[in-house]
Write a protein that binds this ligand. Structure first.
Ligand code: UDP
Ligand code: MG
Length: 318
């Protein structure tokens, strides 16, 4: 296999039911693209420690199309982003497209990404046209989009869609970062010279269930915010400063009152109310600090992000 023009990286976790329909659309779409634009491609599947038969299904597909297929097998589940990072470390193409395995991103859209890249962009993001997710997911992700935009200066209309194209140099820069809990589309955006966005279709999941629970979505968004900005910490110290000012006024008022009207014993529960509120703020602040400290801790240990069990690929010619 010589260096192809395009590498498609697909993380796979418990997708055995959907993989065959993915193959049935992905390969023809890429073959057509290759014929039309005269470009070669490779597909890198990263099996993220699936507990079903996804690995076997991938191995079979590798046997069917060994010249354009490569399969990286993890020994355990390290998460979608680790899987994509592993794929990035092994890409050979000049252009890299990431895609979900669940067919929520139609493989036919890869052609549009490639055409847009060829106009001289080095990062093509995507906006999902009539997104097929639950109302809750849509609203929550809109809210997070807005918050992220304000505090990280990363401009993405739709951060959730993984169907994206990157130039090889962006991918290499990401590889050299060695970040642990990162959010790839955002990290890539910060390295791009000429980013753009296009609209893509979005479909319902064809088989299997979403791998993200509410908790994991919340975690992902924490990664996104704390990984790209210390604004939360700064906001918190501002809040602390504001509260200290208010308390100072309050104390001065109480002192004056004490001098003029004498001691007081009422208002006990008001005091409790204020104290509980402040304790809440404090705990939030400690938690926030913990987010950053935890990330530092994970980063300094420098443990490998994932372990690769095996790689299925055709022997190189040269
Ligand atoms: N995925 C993965 N490892 C995980 C979770 C998910 O490789 O721990 C893959 C999954 O197989 C799919 C993609 O990441 O290809 C997106 O997952 P999913 O469709 O469940 O996420 P959603 O569309 O609900 O955001
Ligand atoms: Mg999905």
């Amino acid at each position: 296999m010589t260096s192809p023009d395009l590498s498609v990286v697909i993380p796979v976790y418990n997708e055995e039911d959907g993989l065959s329909s993915l193959f049935a659309r992905l390969y023809p779409a890429l073959d057509l693209l290759a014929a039309e634009l005269g470009m070669s491609y490779e597909i890198i599947f990263v099996n993220d420690g699936s507990r079903d038969h996804s690995a076997a299904v991938l191995a079979e597909q590798f046997k069917r199309r060994p010249e354009v297929t490569r399969v990286i097998l993890f020994n355990a589940n390290y998460g979608q982003h680790a899987a994509i990072m592993a794929g990035f470390k092994h890409v050979r193409g000049e252009m890299v497209v990431t895609l979900d395995a669940d067919l929520q991103n139609p493989p036919e859209e890869i052609a549009n990404l490639v055409r847009t890249m060829r106009q001289g962009y080095d990062y093509v993001g995507t906006i999902r046209k009539n997104r097929q997710d639950t109302w809750f997911r849509r609203t929550a992700s809109q809210a997070m989009n807005g918050l992220r935009q304000r505090i990280t200066r990363i401009k993405m209309t739709d951060q959730g869609c993984m169907l994206r194209a990157y130039s090889r140099s962006i991918v290499e820069t990401i590889n050299s970062c060695n970040e642990l809990n990162t959010f790839i589309p955002a990290l890539a955006y910060t390295f791009s010279n000429r980013p753009t966005e296009i609209e893509v279709l979005h479909e319902e999941r064809h088989a299997g269930d979403s791998k993200y629970s509410l908790y994991q979505l919340v975690r992902l968004n924490f990664d996104l915010v704390t990984g790209f900005s210390i604004v939360p910490l700064q906001m918190f110290s501002l809040l602390g400063f504001g509260l200290a000012l208010i308390s100072a006024v309050f104390v001065a008022y109480l002192a004056l009152r004490r001098l003029i009207f004498g001691p007081e014993a009422e208002g006990l529960f008001t005091l409790f109310g204020i104290a509980f509120f402040l304790i809440g703020v404090l705990l939030f602040g400690i938690g926030l600090l913990g987010e950053y400290v935890g990330r530092i801790y994970q980063q300094v240990r420098e443990r490998p992000r994932f372990l690769i069990q095996a790689i299925l690929e055709a022997q190189k010619d040269t």
